[in-house]
Ligand binder design. Structure first.
Ligand code: FPP
Length: 237
């Protein structure tokens, strides 16, 4: 057997294909997102069992506001439902929830309350760190970091890469999450779509044609095992 490399510490997932799954299965788009939410739950559990330390999911991008009001409202209702039915189990399993993105402003009030509850309940947990990218866009994140630095640093300071990393959502405010080792995208699309642009500098990528609601823990595990056969070079030899 070929030498297996270490497990990824941080896996990030672009959960794509809920809409196409709904069309294929002749159900509403919201039912597709609902099915996607249960797929997400299984991937959280599997990440924990496999000993992955950080899991980040792209749940709602800054561009997703362009979708119909019905769909946007439905996704946030799913978030409320998810927290309502799953928070206890996440907490029992020592999972810590973080939000990456600007969730204080545009979200419906009940969604904000659910987010606050999830953060408060799990803040001292030390197991799997589950990051939900919510109202997240990577360019906006970088702009926000630059503005933070401009207002908090002396103008004569020479800014380092570490300063920028620390000012991102993945930085100081969420415990300095390491950059993702592996980024998975489902549904056959092979784009980053404004997700973790800075953090993905040395990430490995894995793609599958499977639509997100059909993505199983078994396929996830096999993608991780495939990742573990790769030689990572970080630009060196
Ligand atoms: C992409 O599929 C998926 C989304 C934009 C939403 C992801 C949401 C969930 C998985 C469930 C909700 C989870 C939380 C935490 C709220 P798409 O609609 O772009 O699929 P398509 O490209 O086939 O249309």
């Amino acid at each position: 057997m070929a030498d297996k490399k270490p497990m990824p510490v941080h896996v990030a997932v672009i959960m794509d294909g809920n809409g196409r799954w709904a069309e294929l299965n002749k159900v509403t788009k919201l039912q597709g997102h609902n099915q996607g939410m249960w797929a997400m739950k299984e991937i959280i559990k599997k990440s924990d069992v496999m000993g992955i330390k950080y899991l980040t999911v792209y749940a709602f991008s800054t561009e997703n506001w362009k979708r119909s009001q019905e769909e946007v409202g439905g996704i946030f209702r799913l978030l409320v439902k998810f927290v309502g039915s799953e928070l206890q189990e996440l907490d029992d399993n020592n999972v810590k929830v973080n939000i990456l993105g600007d969730w204080h402003d545009k979200l419906p009030e009940d969604a904000k309350a659910s987010v606050q509850k999830a953060l408060d309940t799990t803040k001292d947990n030390t197991g799997l760190v589950f990051n939900i990218a919510l109202n997240y866009g990577s360019r906006a994140e970088i702009v926000r970091a630059v503005n933070f630095i401009m207002t908090h640093y002396d103008p004569s300071t020479e800014i380092s890469e570490e300063d920028i990393s620390r000012a991102l959502y993945t930085g100081d405010e969420n415990g300095n999450i390491p950059d993702p080792d592996l980024i998975i995208r489902t549904s056959g699309e092979e784009r980053l779509s404004n997700f973790l642009l800075w953090q993905a500098a040395y990430s490995e990528f894995a793609f599958t044609d499977t639509l997100w609601p059909d993505f199983t823990p078994e396929e996830y595990e096999s993608m991780i095992e495939e990742y573990r056969t790769r030689e990572r070079r970080y630009g060196g030899r």
